[in-house]
Design a protein around this ligand. Structure first.
Ligand SMILES: O=C(O)CCC(=O)N[C@@H](C(=O)O)c1ccccc1
Length: 365
């Protein structure tokens, strides 16, 4: 298969309601979509980098630049999904940009072969249980209203964003209202080891995990935290590759891993992380980055792997968007169905896609 070029598409997806985390509040999801044009057909990729480098060091315009100047031009000659990573390895970092490019090439290849993402990745289920991520709210009553809505919609797991000043009281209020719901928290690196005893105050609430309480580079500190906090530690930002997952596990820094394909450089590295964790008896789940139906389709396929034993942040399209750019993913009894069509199994709806596109750029190989 040969790549003719990649179309970058700047997309602005308005959120149904503001989404507040410890690193800021989003009202619109700005993202890059990639359309790979190859000799065997087209493929789609979604770059999950945010507009600003506040979740990780990558940001939207930086991804566009590295794709334009370095990553796409490196894919001359014969190419397929598994060979993309090696062809761009000489360029350091930029995992979200690389992941989106690999995803688009892999999608084109799999569509041509008539193979679904799920089958290629090793999915063993045809539907997956879905969790939902709940942002930091202005008040406890507002939080309880939001959680009540999601529980009534059928989500099987609730994740609460926390930060200093919005943690124990919020968790206690939700746990008291919903004594049996699967419940976890995500701090997005908002705490330090000095907060260990404070975080241990979350132990009585039977949480599944505390996600990324400390700085992404504080892997060893998470091992120290695990000596004080009984609730299992889950890493997100710290896990950037199968190698970093193996190191974190060896250090005792995590008992659970949130796999985000964009953060780790793509779905093939995501599968390698899944396999490393499975080999060590570490549970994994598929994280989310407010993806459109394009990235959501691939995430649902990943969430169907056997080691994904915890519900992921694979919510329905309407958790964030009044209108998705693909046929919407709709929750059915707390589950989403894994697409079975070739490649991602979904394609953008032209009118919907045009309505959220702010700019396109063609990058020839
Ligand atoms: O359901 C989703 O897609 C979002 C899940 C979620 O909370 N993602 C958070 C995170 O920190 O994990 C995030 C969202 C957007 C950007 C970066 C991070």
């Amino acid at each position: 298969m040969k790549l003719s070029g990649v179309e970058l598409r700047w997309v602005e997806m308005p959120l149904k309601s503001p989404f507040r985390t410890s690193f800021g509040t989003q009202t619109t999801r700005s993202l890059l979509l990639l359309r790979a044009v190859t000799s065997d057909g087209e493929g789609w990729g979604e770059c999950v980098a945010m507009a600003d480098p506040v979740y990780s060091s990558e940001y939207l315009e930086g991804c566009a630049d590295v794709l334009r100047r370095f990553l796409v031009p490196a894919l001359t000659g014969p190419i397929d999904g598994v060979s993309v990573a090696g062809r761009v390895a000489r360029f350091r970092g930029h995992r979200m940009a690389k992941g989106a490019l690999e995803m688009a090439v892999l999608d084109a290849e799999l569509r041509a072969r008539g193979v679904s993402f799920g089958r290629e990745l090793g999915a063993t289920r045809d539907r997956v249980p879905c969790g939902v991520s709940v942002g930091i709210m202005n008040s406890i009553p507002e939080l309880l209203d939001a959680v009540t809505g999601y529980v009534e919609e059928g989500y099987v797991r609730i994740k609460l964003k926390i930060e200093p000043g919005w943690d124990v009281e919020a968790v206690q209020s939700v746990r008291e209202r919903f004594p049996d719901v699967l419940l976890q928290v995500d701090a997005n690196t908002a705490y330090t080891l000095a907060d260990a005893r404070h975080l241990a105050r979350l132990d009585p609430f039977d949480l599944l995990l505390i996600e990324q309480p400390l700085d992404e580079e504080d892997v060893l500190a998470h091992a120290s935290l695990a000596q004080v906090v009984k609730t299992p530690i889950c890493l997100d930002e710290s896990i950037t590759s199968a190698r970093s997952a193996a190191d974190a596990i060896k250090l005792g820094a995590c008992q659970i891993v949130n796999i985000k394909p964009g953060r780790v450089g793509g779905y093939l590295e995501a599968r390698r992380i899944h396999d490393v964790c499975a080999a060590h008896g570490i549970a994994v789940w598929c994280g989310g980055m407010l993806e459109t139906g394009i990235g959501r389709a691939a995430n649902v396929a990943l969430a169907a792997l056997p080691g994904c034993t915890l519900p992921g942040d694979t919510s329905a399209s309407d958790r964030y968007y009044a209108m998705d750019i693909t046929e919407p993913f709709v929750l059915d009894d707390g589950h989403l169905t894994v697409p079975t069509g070739p490649g991602l199994g979904v394609t953008p709806l032209p009118d919907a896609l045009e309505s959220v596109t702010v700019k396109t750029e063609w990058i020839p190989v």
